[in-house]
Each structure stands twice: as C-alpha cells, then as structure tokens.
Write a protein that binds this ligand. Structure first.
Ligand code: NAP
Length: 682
C-alpha cells in the first residue's frame, strides 16, 4: 500500500514504487512512500489561493472553534491511531504523549485563541504609542496573517504531536499548512490526516500532506511563506541555505538537535527526596519514547562526590525497565523508530565511548519481551560516565538519539554551569534541588543557553510535568545547537505565522483599522445611556460624560471607617503632608473608582450583565477633599462570545477633576447581553 499525498484537496498516490517502510517492532513491511509526480508549484498555489483565503474569512475565534471541533473529532478516532502507533515502537504511554498530547495542543490553542485574541481579523500588539504633542497622530503595532503557506517539515519521533503542535498555531493565525512528515513514521501522520480530512472540519486548502520528498517545493517559496522545521541540525542548515529561502527572506524556524542537561543540586545527596526524584526523572527521560525525544536528558550533571552512588541507583532503575513489544503491557520501553535509527544510535555510542566509559547497557544481547530482537529496532538503555567532562568535547556535541545519557561530574556550581553551557544551546534543561539559592544561581548562569528550564523539588514533583514535556502554553525551542527557533508558547506561537506591522495615523483611522477605540478618536453620541444598549446595538466610540461629584472630607473618613483602610494618607492630615506626593489627606484610589462607578452606571435592569474587572488602572494624581470628579466612559472594544448570549465590552474610562486634569484611567470590563438573550429575558 502506498501512503497517500493530500494535494489540492485530493488523495493521490505518488509515482513509482517508492521506499518501503517497516514496522519498528516486527520489521514487517507496512507501506510504501513516494511523492514523485506531485506538482509542488500547484500545491503552494492552492494553499495560498484557496486555503489562505478560506481561513482568512474566519475570525480568530472562529478558527479557535474550528480547532476545538477538530480536537473533539480526533478524540473520537484515536483508538486506531493508538493501534498503528505501536508499529513505530511506541508503548501506550509513548503514544499518549504523541496522540493525546497532540490533540490537547489543539484544545489549548483553541482556548487561548478565544480568550486572548479578539473575535476579529486583526490582532493588536500592545497599546497605541503616542507620537505627537496634540495626539492627532499615533502609532499601533498590528499582526495580520501572512498571505502564503506554512511548510511544516517534521521529525520522525512524534508523528502526531509533531504535526499538531505546528498546525494549531498556524491555522489559528489564518495560514494554510503543507505538512511533510519524516518518512520512517509517516504512515501514522497519514492516518491522522486522513481522519482530519474526512471530518470536513477544515476548509478546502487549509491542509495538504506530502509523504516523501518535497521535490522542488522550495524553488517556489516566496516572502509570505513560512518554514517550520524539526529534525537534525545538518538538514536545517542545508535547507536554510536554499537560494529561495535566502533571496526571499522566507521565515525559517528550526528545532534541531539538543544535548539537554539536567543538574543535580549539591544539596540533593543520597537519602534526600531530590536524589530519588532525579533518578526517577533521568530514567523516565532515557526510556520514554526509547529516548527519541529532542528534549530528553543527554547529560547528567551531578556532584562528583556522589556520582558513584548515582550511577548505581540509575543502573538499578534502568535494569527494572522491561524492553520489548510495546503492545505488551509489561513493557516499559519499546523499539526505536527503525533499524536504521538503531544502527545510528549504536554508532553514536561507539563514538561517545572514546571519551566516556559505558557503565550500564551498551550490550547487543539483552532480554526482549514478546518480540524477535533480530527483527525489531530494539536498543538497550545505555549509561556512560565521563570522568573529565570539561576537556571532553564528544559528550557535549554527539547526540545519540535513543536511550543514551552520560554522567558528567562537577566540583562546584560554577563548573556545573560551565558544563551545561558546553551543550551550546539546548531546548530544555532541568535542575533538581531543594535549595532556591542554588536554583537561582544555576538558572542565571545557564538560562541564556536554554529555551525552557524546569526546577523540580519535593514541593512540586508530584504535579510537575517533567523535564522533557514541551507544553503548548510555554515556548519550545532553544538557541544555538537547538536551532535558534521558538514554537508554541501560546499566542507567541501564533505570531510566527503573522506579519507585525507598525501602523501610524490619526486616532480615528487607527480605531477603524483595529476595531478598538483609540484616545483622541471621535466620541459618538449613543442617543441613550450606553448601558441601555445590547451588544449589537453598542457602537465603538459610544460615549457618556457624567455629572460631577465633589469629594468631601466626610466621604474620605466614611470610606476609611467603612472599609477599614485607615492608611495615614487618608486619615492623618499631618502625616499625609509629610509624604512627598501629598499636601494633606487625600481620597483613596478605590474611593475614586467607586465614585466613578456611581457616576457612570445606569442602575435599572438592562443588557449590561456584570462588571468582571478592570484593566490597566492608574491613579494619575491625588484627589484632595473639595475636588470635583467627573467621568468619560467610552465603548472601546467588543468581543462576541459566540453561543453564550453575551459579548465582552471594554470601556475606556477617564476620571478627571474640576481643572480637567486626569486623576484616574482604566478599562472597565463588562459582559453585555446579545439582542437574542436580551429579548428572552425581557
Ligand atoms: P532529519 O534527517 O534532519 O529529518 C527531519 C525532517 O527533514 C524529515 O521530515 C526529513 O524527511 C526531512 N528532510 C531531510 N532532508 C530533507 C531535504 N533535503 N529537504 C526537505 N526535507 C528534508 O532528522 P531525523 O533524523 O529524522 O530526526 C532526528 C533529529 O531530529 C534528532 O537530531 C533530533 O534531535 C531532532 N529533533 C529535534 C526536535 C526539536 O523539537 N528540536 C524534535 C524531534 C527531533 P525524510 O524523513 O523523508 O528524510
């Protein structure tokens, strides 16, 4: 059976016989792979013209809803994915990371897109920038989707997660994807794409799949396209130098090799909970996914005085892991993804052994449960010990992409930092210590060489997500050897597929472009109090100017007694005057906010359902008793919460005194009923 290529929304077979892909467990052939004959110029053109325009018609929230529907659909179809995943050598736990982990990435991006991005087509990056004395010319950074395609080239180790962690932010951004999985495990990616395609949830052109070579695709890239690559540093360097990538400045994100380290703190001696946690963490990282994780611990940096005890404990823990057929529930570690991969790991261990001694594993004869060791790609977990790590380069540069790790002793924290940095850039680092001063020293010493760091101790271990788990909320990527790229990290990851543009113009123009009222833009007369309007009836710019209210000394005293906030600045004339900011007793900031609400609310039952907070509250100057307050309240931004019966409305709020000086500024956040909901409760 040939794996299909999903191009121009059709499944097609590539030409020729292609390459045979075999089961990592039995060595039996599973499928053939070829993309010969695919017209890659057309693939790109289809993504741009059909996929991109379909996706860009949707708002960020609509695309977020789409991701959620897709995640729910895949949850219902994951059984067959789990079954096929076994052939990649993955145990059930490994498959859970790949399949459920991938699907949960869709859920997280869906939720972040709907909570943290507007229900709109343009994403505003930060507040407006004041650029002129009179405020008639302002600046604003915006993000809009790139008008090209995202080319995703993935590694073999996570055929599902690897695709979905890139796909989620790409689709949320409004950009179509062309996915090229690594050949050796492409059969699992293909099955998932078949299910995605069958769901009908994505619009035409949003997703295409290339199983096999990408042919001349790179020759047709342009400046609107993005490449997100995961794999080896050599391939990344080769592709990054493609003439088209260079001449068109095609955005290129690379996630490559990584000699990740984990440092055991000097406090974590045998007998402490941290020592045991370390042994557990290292064992887990070495054996989960048979060590084929870009984030796995490759360098075990431990105090020299306890390395002997550590090696002993690790050897014992590794010895308890049963290796074999991943479908067998007793098995803790399955096979590598292919025989070729196993041979590669064997070669790398041989190279490492010139500078480090094998202290566990490294043997070709070991027990394999429920499988034929000569046919499957099994490899024994292998631990090395390097006595002089400061002068051994191999242990910091050779990545054996399997269940292999090396113990590197350190004399003091400075040396531990130096060793960690010798990896020359890592995706993930960890520190196991219960001494927070040690944690700070190690983080400050090594963070610049890491994309993510996790610090584990007895207090957080039970809930810790562990050293090697990239999370959609946090960035995944790292400097130097790790590729210099960055993926995920919530909305940050979505921005990789969009263009940031600085917009300059009048406040009114910027309001029209961003659908967010900018100070200095026109104020609209709402006709009635804006609290009488439904979500649909409210217009951005609708403004109410309130009556005035004087603040008396009695008000301040009453507020102090009533709330218990008797801070001297509100209650002691003489003490307040000694404070450099005040001339005497002043009103509480929260009294100002409370009086402001009293001035601007319309009290009767109406479409405004609730005030759920304020943002960016600043007290610009003190309010003395005798001062008079008034409020300007302007409808600033509307975000429909589809299907809930309400939308969120943000109000730009300015409280000023009798001299028209601003004393407080903030955004009031409310939930306002839609027409439909309001009609139903009348
Ligand atoms: P690889 O050989 O570099 O392959 C990675 C991807 O690039 C595969 O899809 C491969 O396709 C494709 N590729 C290779 N040559 C290409 C070319 N000339 N044009 C277009 N695409 C090309 O890496 P690998 O050996 O599969 O993966 C293992 C490496 O990936 C390890 O070093 C590991 O550290 C790294 N990795 C990094 C991360 C991360 O997030 N940083 C995650 C996982 C793995 P074919 O399979 O069809 O050749």
């Amino acid at each position: 059976m040939k794996l299909g290529n999903l191009v121009l929304d059709q499944w097609i077979d590539g030409d020729g016989d292609g390459t045979i892909l075999s089961s990592a467990v039995s060595g039996e052939p599973l499928a053939r792979i070829t993309s010969d004959g695919v017209d890659f110029a057309q693939v790109l053109a289809h993504a741009r013209s059909v996929g991109g325009s379909n996706l860009r018609k949707m708002t960020f929230h609509e695309r977020g809803e789409m991701l959620k529907a897709l995640a729910q659909y895949l949850m219902e179809h994951k059984k067959e994915l789990y079954a096929l995943s076994t052939e990649t050598g993955a145990t059930k736990a490994d498959s859970w990371v790949d399949i459920d982990g991938g699907i949960s990435t869709l859920f997280v991006f869906s939720s972040k897109g709907r909570r943290e991005m507007p229900n709109d087509h343009v994403y505003l990056d930060g507040p407006p920038e004041a650029l002129s004395r009179n405020g008639t010319f302002v600046g604003q950074h915006i993000f809009t989707p790139k008008l090209g395609a995202a080319v995703h080239i993935n590694a073999f180790n996570f055929p599902c997660w690897g695709m979905l962690e890139k796909l989620a932010p790409t689709l949320l951004a409004g950009v179509p994807a062309i996915v090229k999985p690594a050949s050796s495990t492409a059969y699992l990616t293909e099955l998932m794409v078949r299910r995605i395609n069958a769901s009908g949830i994505l619009p035409d052109g949003a997703l295409q799949l290339i199983c096999g070579s990408v042919g001349d695709l790179f020759d047709h890239l342009n400046c609107q396209d993005t490449i997100a690559f995961t794999g080896s540093k050599n391939t990344a360097e080769f592709l990054q130098q493609h003439t088209r990538v260079v001449s068109e400045s095609v955005a290129f994100t690379a996630e490559t090799d990584s000699l990740n380290s984990s440092i055991l703190g000097p406090d974590a001696l045998p007998g402490t909970p941290e020592f045991d946690l370390y042994v557990k963490e290292v064992t887990q990282e070495m054996t989960s996914k048979a060590g084929q994780k870009c984030t796995a611990i490759r360098r075990i940096i431990a105090p020299a005085t306890i390395c002997g005890a550590l090696v002993e404990a690790l050897a014992k823990a590794l010895g308890e892991v049963r290796i074999g057929n991943p479908a067998n529930r007793e098995v803790g570690m399955g096979a590598l993804a292919s025989q070729g991969q196993r041979d590669e790991v064997r070669d790398r261990v041989r190279e490492l052994s010139h500078q480090a001694e094998i202290v566990y594993g490294g043997d070709d004869n070991f027990d394999v449960v429920d499988a034929d060791a000569s046919k499957g790609a099994f490899f024994m977990p292998t631990l090395l010990h390097c006595e002089k790590p400061l002068t051994s380069s191999a242990v910091h540069s050779i990545e054996a992409f399997g269940p292999v790790s090396t113990v590197l002793p350190y004399a003091d924290l400075e040396e531990a930092i130096q060793l960690s940095r010798m990896g020359e850039g890592s995706l993930a680092g960890s520190i196991i210590t219960n001494d927070n001063d040690v944690a700070r020293q190690l983080v400050l010493g090594t963070a610049a060489y890491h994309g993510r760091m996790v610090i584990i101790n007895r207090h957080c271990a039970a809930e810790s997500t562990g050293h090697g788990s990239p999370l959609p909320h946090l960035i995944h990527g790292g400097p130097g050897r790790a590729g210099g790229g960055e993926e995920m990290g919530g909305v940050r990851g979505v921005k990789h597929y969009m263009q940031r543009t600085a917009i300059q113009g009048s406040p009114q123009t910027l309001t029209a472009i961003g659908n967010r009222w900018t100070r200095g833009a026109d104020e609209r007369d709402p006709g009635v109090h804006p609290f009488r309007k439904t979500f649909e009836q409210l217009a951005i710019g609708d403004t109410v100017h309130t009556d005035e209210r004087q603040v008396t000394l009695d008000d301040i005293q009453h507020f102090a007694d009533f709330t218990g906030d008797t801070f001297y600045a509100h209650t002691d004339e003489e003490a307040a005057a000694r404070n450099p900011f005040f001339d005497g007793r002043v009103a509480h900031g929260y009294l100002i906010v409370s009086f402001a609400a009293g001035l601007f609310v319309d009290p009767d039952f109406g479409p405004v359902l609730a005030n759920y907070g304020v943002d960016d509250l600043r007290f610009a100057q003190p309010v003395n008793y005798g001062d008079t307050l008034k409020v300007r309240l302007t409808c600033k931004q509307k975000t429909l919460r589809a299907g809930t019966g309400y939308g969120e409305v943000r109000w730009d709020t300015e409280v000023s005194n009798q001299d028209d000086e601003i004393v407080a500024q903030y955004d009031v956040l409310t939930m306002v009923a839609t027409d439909e909901h309001w009609a139903s409760v009348q």
